[in-house]
Ligand binder design. Structure first.
Ligand code: ADP
Ligand code: ZN
Ligand code: ZN
Length: 835
């Protein structure tokens, strides 16, 4: 059983594993799935053991593992299998897949405990006379007796003192007599240090965002330039990308030392404070959990189909297609209840963090007491919280996991059900390596576990509904809202007519203005949606027509009035507001396109007495701010909430009678084959926020294209009609669900290199273009430059996914042969966005 060598996956962007020697004393304890500390190049790194091997590859001198970090392998064999699948399907380095799966490595101590199982207790009792049986030796029997005496648990370290080695412990573990658990102790800290950008000042002439056109001579980089870069990265993270961050997370993301942060604090660039980290503390928590309802007839029918599936006891996919407010959550909870009753475990995936809290709380009230636990996993938890929750799941203490995308990797065993709520949401797709889709991985995992994947949505993705229609998935339908509530009335405001009458363009039409007025008079609430943040999303020159672009990306800079500067929403760079056109020096610079900041300003002017707040990534920078604002709205402390898509999802506000969509067109105009689908989904979801309580709701959609089918069908809230028309379009254009797509981006800061590599890739691709695969490109990517890198794009289409996978597998080998760095080629399988 003991193997002298093992292959380890490391979190590096290389598509190989590395062989290490296992020192003798560690051999017994090492299992696939364990994390280990190993020397790699000149540093120590944590990796995951993927396999144990008897013989090393020929005559190489192998380095040794430094330490085994898990006695209980962090990853189960099923998760290892899933990781392999993801690495293969999404062409991701396996080490990076593991990184996405594993809990954060925290500085905190984990304590290893040995616990007596029921079987172990029975054996210990039957052997109380000290006689040997069950194939146990004297030391082992004595150990079981000791465990029993100590109420069934002992710290792991004590085993050695009782002269029991790792092999003996494994033997007892395999015999089911003991369990070994990792408990995250996490220095019981109640607060953590949070760092924030102090901000306010626009960048001066010495601003870190200089135009660094001289990327070529990066060899003679001075220390001060390196330091500037570190500081700039910190600023980007804190100011534009993430908002305030806990110190350890900041250090990790920015890759800077504590000294850098200390200096920036002293220089007054940053501020910091202590913030509570108790995961139970949840400002959004009003203590309100909806009561369990008697299921209505439709819900009951859906449950019946779900139970029938469970009876079969095998893998299956069901789509719960229920209009907004039809009570899907209630069905989810019953399905979980059924799963638990069958002795299995369940995962509920939701598209965003706020929903994990809401559904997590309902789960706790349903299952918390009876089944020890519900775990919540999402990215806004601190590392300590996340590690603790993760190990609770791994130790079998929690049997229900609620979480966002990465919770699909929750280390549960014996899974019976995986629910994917709002399965069409793009937040399920990870837009960095590994570029997996949480819903699709959920289905694959369910298949590996012989479990049921239950996808829920009011507006299923084209792919999912297509499968449901052709019988690959089973369709469950909730056609009406609960308690005979009607769907909200949706009306279109034709902005062309509006313009003819008023001769001005205001983001708030006369209709919308009157609607809000009515809400205020009736003391109900209004939501107003706009899909861009900032004040104006473009700065143009009337003289030469140029717009102000980011220095790193081919994208317009957004004007932020309050912060008094321009920002790039893709890379976080900033610029002072230009007085003259940067291209032609004319002074006719003007701002174009309303963003949420401007909309808020206008609403405040038009409704001076109203209690109003804006919710977008600029105002809701922390989990706390976000929840406080939603909490204030839900609690009735606000009349109007203005915001971006963040508002559209899931929330169950009872007193909203009006939802206004400022412009339906901005999502319709994107150069993307999913534009119509996204627009329809967004509008339908938004409409679903109105009239959820006793009061009926009204939705106003402002648009310049009222005749577009995405808008027409959203007005009628007619999913079936939209699906048919869109399907027809997809078929004509050979897009998913009729073909599979892969997007391949070649990128480099050096333009010549990017061009050369695209040519070389083209040589590989062109002979394959034809019968089974269509290869479009290389073309300049829609985002031609991003974060200083030039980008070229190939789009691969094939009716057979396996053909794509095979072709792409060859790309990597081709890159190696042509010495194209692996990081220069980005493969996105089943891309959601083609930008
Ligand atoms: P969906 O997710 O389908 O939009 P929800 O699950 O949020 O809908 O349910 C909407 C509301 O209906 C919730 O307030 C929920 O408590 C309530 N509800 C669910 N099922 C029933 C039922 N059978 N009878 C009455 N109310 C219900
Ligand atoms: Zn100009
Ligand atoms: Zn940029």
């Amino acid at each position: 059983m003991s193997s002298p060598y093992c292959n380890v996956a490391l979190p590096v962007p290389l598509r190989t594993t590395f062989t290490y020697a296992v020192p003798e004393p560690m051999q017994a304890a090492l299992q696939p799935g364990s994390r280990v500390l190993v020397p790699f190049r000149r540093q120590a790194m944590t990796g995951v053991v993927v396999e144990l091997i008897e013989k090393p590859p020929q005559d190489t001198k192998l380095r040794e593992i430094t330490r085994v970090l898990d006695f209980v392998p962090a990853l189960t064999p099923k998760l290892l299998e899933l990781a392999e699948w993801i690495a293969g399907y999404y062409l991701a380095p396996i080490g990076e897949v593991f990184r996405a799966m594993l809990p954060p490595l925290t500085e905190l101590k984990t304590q290893r405990l040995i616990a007596l199982t029921d079987a172990g207790r029975a054996v210990a009792e039957s052997l109380s006379g000290g006689e040997l049986s069950h194939g146990l030796n004297g030391a082992e029997v004595a150990f079981l007796a000791k465990l029993k005496e100590k109420k069934g648990t002992l710290p792991f370290a004590l085993a050695a003192k009782l002269s029991l080695n790792a092999a003996a412990l494994q033997k007892l573990q395999r015999a089911g007599l003991i369990e070994i658990r990792e408990i995250v102790k996490g220095r019981e800290r109640k607060t953590q240090r949070v760092i924030a950008w102090r901000g306010g000042s626009a960048p001066g002439p010495d601003s870190p965002t200089r135009n660094t056109e001289d990327e070529e001579n990066d060899n003679a980089e001075t220390q001060s330039a390196q330091r500037k870069r570190g500081e700039e990265r910190v600023r980007e993270l804190l100011e534009t990308e993430r908002g305030p961050l806990p110190l350890p997370q900041l250090l990790r993301l920015a890759q800077v030392t504590r000294a850098v942060i200390g200096r920036m604090l002293r220089d007054g660039l940053l501020e910091s404070w202590e913030e509570a980290i108790d995961p139970a503390e949840d400002p959004f928590d009003t203590g309100y959990t909806p009561p369990a309802h008697e299921l209505n007839a439709e819900q009951e029918a859906a449950m019946k189909q779900i139970r029938a599936r469970f009876e079969l006891g095998e893998f299956g996919v069901q789509l719960l297609h229920g209009v907004t407010g039809s009570g899907k959550t209630e069905v989810y909870l019953r399905a979980v209840q059924d799963t638990l009753a069958r002795g299995k475990t369940a995962i509920i995936l939701v598209p965003e963090i706020a929903l994990t809290l809401w559904i997590g709380r309902q789960c706790r009230s349903w299952f918390g007491a009876r089944f020890e636990g519900v775990a919540v996993l999402h990215s806004a938890l601190s590392d300590v919280e996340r590690a603790r929750e993760w190990w609770r799941v791994r130790n079998g203490e929690a049997r229900v996991v609620v979480g966002t995308r990465s919770a699909v990797f929750a280390p549960l065993e014996n899974i019976g059900l995986i629910i994917v709520d709002e399965e069409q949401e793009s937040s399920y797709k990870q837009e960095e390596t590994p570029r997996y889709h949480g819903r699709d991985v959920a289905i694959v995992r369910a298949k590996m576990e012989g479990a049921l994947a239950l996808l829920g949505s009011a507006t299923p993705s084209m792919e999912t509904f297509h499968h449901a229609r052709n019988g690959k998935y089973e369709l469950l339908t909730l056609a009406s809202r609960v308690a005979d509530r009607s769907l909200a009335d949706v009306e279109v405001v034709d902005l062309r007519e509006e313009f003819q009458q008023t001769h001005q363009t205001s983001p708030i039409s006369t209709n919308l203005h009157e609607g809000i007025q009515e809400c205020l008079a009736n003391k109900t609430q209004a939501l107003v949606l706009i899909n861009r943040r900032g004040y104006s999303w473009s700065v143009l020159c009337r003289s030469c027509g140029a717009s102000v672009q980011c220095v790193n990306c081919s994208i317009s800079m957004t004007h932020h009035k309050h912060r008094n500067r321009l920002e790039c929403h893709y890379c976080g760079s900033i610029q002072p507001i230009p007085k003259l056109c940067p291209k032609c020096q004319s002074k006719y610079v003007y701002f174009f396109g309303e963003g949420s900041e401007q909309l808020e300003e206008r609403l405040r002017k038009e409704f001076p007495g109203a209690r109003l707040a804006r919710l977008d990534r600029d105002t809701a920078r922390t989990k706390r701010q976000y929840q406080e604002m939603l909490g204030a709205f839900a609690g009735g402390a606000l009349d109007i909430l203005v915001g971006t898509q963040m508002l559209a999802k899931g929330h169950d506000f009872q007193r909203v009678t009006l939802v206004g969509v400022v412009s339906a067109d901005s999502s319709l105009n994107l150069p993307d084959f999913r534009a119509a689908e996204r627009t329809f989904q967004l509008l339908t979801q938004v409409a679903g926020r109105a009239g959820r309580g006793e009061l009926s709701g009204r939705v106003l959609i402002q648009t310049f294209y009222p005749e577009h089918y995405a808008i027409q069908d959203a007005v009628k809230q007619d999913y079936a009609a939209f699906f048919e028309r869109e399907l027809h379009f997809r078929q004509m254009m050979a897009y998913p669900p009729f073909t599979s797509l892969a997007n391949v981006i070649v990128r480099d800061v050096n333009l010549e290199k990017a061009i050369r590599w695209s040519r070389q890739l083209s040589e590989y691709f062109s002979p394959h273009d034809g019968k089974e695969v269509r290869i479009l490109g290389p073309a300049t990517a829609p985002l031609a430059r991003l974060k200083k890198e030039h980008r070229f794009q190939f789009l691969l289409k094939s009716p057979k996914r396996s053909v794509l996978t095979k072709l792409l597998g060859g790309v990597l080998a081709h890159c190696d042969a042509k010495e194209i760095p692996q990081t220069a080629v980005l493969v996105d399988m089943d891309p959601l966005s083609l930008l």
